[in-house]
Each structure stands twice: as C-alpha cells, then as structure tokens.
Design a protein around this ligand. Structure first.
Ligand code: 5AD
Ligand code: SF4
Length: 442
C-alpha cells in the first residue's frame, strides 16, 4: 500500500482541503502518514497569495528530493500554485515534481497518481481545471477529533479585488446547500467537536437557491452539541443587516467579526476594487458596535499598494486609530501574476517604504491589542479549553474566549472541550491570563 504525506501552506481553506484530499485518497486505498521520510508520495498543498508563500514551496521541493535522494518518491503540487503557476511548474525541467492538481481536481487525484505510476518518469501529469460546480459536497474531510472544526460553506470568489489571486486560483463562487453543511456539522458534533468555523472567501455572498448566510448560520446554530460558531470572512461592501441580527441575538454565534479593511484611503480602495469608501467602512463599524457593543473586531491590511503615497497611507493609520481593532494581519503588497493590479499598476512603492509602513502599523496594532486586552482585566470570560498544556508550560491549560482570544490559566481538574469561567487577571498584547472560577456544565 502506498503511503501519502501531505503538507499544507496558507489559509484555513487549504487546511480544510487537505482533509478532503486525505479522505479521497484514504478511500482509494492509500495509507496516510505523518512522516515525510516514510512517504512514497509527498503532496504540497500550496498558497500563492503572496510571493514569499511561493518561494517556500520551491525550496521545499528541492529539499525533499535532496534529502530523500530517492527517485521513487513522487511529489505532487496541489492548491493555488497549481492553478496559477501551472506553466512554470510544468515547464521547468529542473523542478522534480510528478503531477499538479488544482483546488477543484482533488477527486481525480487517485487517477492522476496511478497515471504517473504507469507512465514512469515520462513527463508531468496535471489537472488544474476550475469548476463552476465542485463543492465536494459528497466528500467529508477526515478531521476526526479536536475542539474546533472547519467547514467550507462555499468555494471561489467573484469579487476580483485587483491585488488578489484567489479568483484565478480558486475560480467562481459556488455555495453548498444548507442541508449538506448542516449534515457535516451534525457529524462533527457526534465526533465530539464543540465549535465550528464556517469558511468562505466571502461568506456574505453565500447563496443557495435564495438561502443566505444568515439563514445558514441560524440552521448551524441549531445543531445539538455545537456550542460555538464562528465564520470567516465577510466583505465590508455588503454586510447584510439580518446577519448582524443573528450574531447579536444568537448566543451560540461568537461575538467576533473579521472585517478586512485593506486600506483607509478612498483612491486606493477604488484602485483595489473594494467598492466601499472609508466613510462606509467606519459607518459599518459604528453600526456593528451599536448592535453588539462587546464585539471583537479584527482586520487585514495591505501597505504599499501601487501609487500609495505617504499621505494616503496616513488614512489607513487614521482608520486604525478610529476603530482600534483587537488584532490585525498586516501585509506588504505583493504583486501576483494574472491579477488586475499586476496588469494595470506597476508595483512602484519601494520595499523600504513598505517595510517602514508595516513596522509602523504593527507597532500601532500592538498598542491597540494591549489596550483592548487590558480592558478585560477583572472580567469573567467563558473559555472553551483547547489544550491541556501551553507552549511554555506543562502546568497550564489554554483555550479561547468568545472573541477568539487566547486565554491561559493554571492546570486543574478539567478537560479539553470543556467550558470554564475564567477571571482575567493579567494580559499581554497577544494573550489573556487568569484563574478558573467555575466549570460549566455544557
Ligand atoms: N499582497 C499582499 N497581501 C495580499 N492579500 C491578498 N492578496 C495580497 C497581495 N497580493 C492579503 C489581503 C487578504 C489576506 C488574506 O491576504 O489582506 O485579506
Ligand atoms: Fe481576494 Fe477580494 Fe475575493 Fe478576498 S474578496 S478572496 S481579497 S478577491
């Protein structure tokens, strides 16, 4: 029996897809292994959202071949690089890969692999066709135990933000039926999961025969055993009011929203094709906070988009200062092949300027994260226990509060998957610490 090892890069959608791949291959008689050294087939599920993600994968391919020094080890490239860098991957004779498969082709993997085995070293095999329909509704991912499970509710993206490669690597938007999603969530509840995170490139566009995301969220929240539901990510351009209502009123839906800002300046937002203005973004934040005062807000920001001036960058600073996010992922603009920005706007902001801007925003965010966390001292938070140890100490437990912040507390007579009330006593910009005051029965 051939052994398969899979390594995952990039976003949670890729992590989810890797489980789909394991499920498909497991059913076809392959054995899955956690050890690259033992594997006959090594799969790299890749990301191409920024250039450094690509570089890592190229290095890894050479490293695997060199270390193994074994002609028989088969290497397959999956995920976003497979679709977006197909030509480079296939035509580079120095790249020792055997096949590539895009995000919509995973059901064909067993066939691709057996074709490669049959043909020996004759050329590389590939399937990178993007589908308008594939949602893997009939494949359940293999995740078998844990506290949080991810569930993809839609695939692809139709927004075409000019910087983003996702519409090209993952194709058109398509949603799974609510019944199919709920079935998967029920199975997860039966396996002991306590939380699900619903995934989509833009969940606000979820639409299955007229059923919207608010409807889906409500249905998922009715599954017995799942106590917490999160989702990522919505798009600020079309945040439905009925969705806000469900978040506000449904105790199982976590009071946390990831709301990618990308930039604070209207000219840059327009060039990015984000289709909202600074004012509209800020009004949305006000509306959310009006309805859900304790909401935890996080964001994504890009610095150094083509032609962004110092003055325009200050608008991003201004929005951050006005909103005070709980946390933020901040990126330097990275030009991606095939995107509208790559075709229309030269990547003209010097790297040194991007570095200056990212350092400044990271520092600002750190003070904001600390400020937000400090306000929690003395409060009692409901924490779902995720780990019976922490990176730093075997005598500590770790979990997350409703807002998805990490909470650490001393070891005690509790278990992973249980809910406890923790009084927050100390904080940093990244974690909350405290002591358990009560074990909850749910
Ligand atoms: N350059 C830099 N950051 C990017 N992102 C997406 N594309 C790019 C790019 N070309 C960021 C966005 C997005 C997050 C997932 O990655 O902020 O929200
Ligand atoms: Fe990319 Fe924009 Fe779609 Fe997000 S919404 S995946 S940033 S195109």
């Amino acid at each position: 029996m051939k052994k398969v090892y899979i390594e995952t890069y990039g976003c949670q959608m890729n992590v989810y897809d890797s489980e789909i791949v394991k499920s498909v291959l497991g059913k076809s008689g392959y054995e899955l292994t956690d050890s690259e050294a033992e594997a006959d087939i090594v799969l790299l599920n890749t990301c191409s959202v920024r250039e450094n993600a690509n570089r890592k994968v190229y290095n890894r391919i050479h490293q695997i071949k060199q270390r193994r020094n074994d002609e028989r080890v088969m290497i397959g490239i999956l995920g976003c690089m497979a679709t977006n860098f197909r030509k480079q991957l296939l035509e580079n004779p120095k790249l020792p890969i055997d096949f590539i498969a895009g995000p919509d082709s995973y059901k064909r993997l067993p066939q691709l692999i057996s074709e490669v085995s049959a043909n020996g070293a004759d050329g590389k095999n590939f399937d990178v066709t993007l589908s308008e329909f594939e949602t893997y509704s009939d494949v359940y991912p293999t995740q078998s135990s844990g506290v949080n499970a991810w569930v993809a509710v839609m695939r692809g993206c139709d927004n075409f933000c000019t910087f983003c490669v996702v519409p090209y690597t993952r194709g058109r938007e398509r949603s799974r039926s609510p019944e199919n999603v709920v079935d998967e969530v029920k199975r997860l509840a039966d396996q002991g999961f306590r939380q699900v995170t619903l995934l989509g490139q833009n969940v606000n566009s979820y639409n299955y025969e007229g059923k919207d995301f608010a409807y889906l969220l409500q249905k998922v929240s009715e599954v017995q055993g799942i106590e917490r539901i999160r989702f990522t990510s919505p798009h600020p351009k079309d945040f439905p009011r009925n969705l806000l209502q469900v978040i506000a009123e449904n105790p199982r839906v976590c009071k946390q929203i990831h709301l990618p800002l990308q930039a604070g300046n209207d000219r840059i937002l327009e060039m990015m094709n984000r289709t909202y203005t600074q004012k509209e973004y800020l009004e949305l934040v006000d509306e959310i906070r009006g309805l859900i005062p304790n909401i935890v807000l996080t964001t994504d920001i890009i610095v150094g988009f083509p032609t962004e001036t110092d003055e325009e960058f200050e608008d991003t600073v201004k929005v951050m200062e006005q909103v005070v996010f709980d946390s933020a992922f901040i990126f330097k603009y990275s030009e991606r092949p095939h995107t509208i920005a790559q075709r229309k706007f030269p990547d003209d902001v010097p790297d040194a300027v991007k570095t200056e801007r990212i350092v400044r925003l990271n520092e600002l965010q750190k003070t904001h994260s600390y400020q937000k966390n400090e306000a929690h001292i003395g409060e009692i938070h409901e924490v779902l226990i995720e780990q019976e140890t922490t990176k730093k100490s075997p005598d500590e437990f770790q979990g997350r509060n409703d807002g998805n912040k990490i909470v650490i507390f001393p070891r005690g007579d509790y278990r992973k998957g249980q809910f406890v009330h923790v009084r927050i006593t100390e904080v940093t910009a990244h974690v909350l610490r405290g002591e358990v005051v009560e074990v909850l029965s749910k």
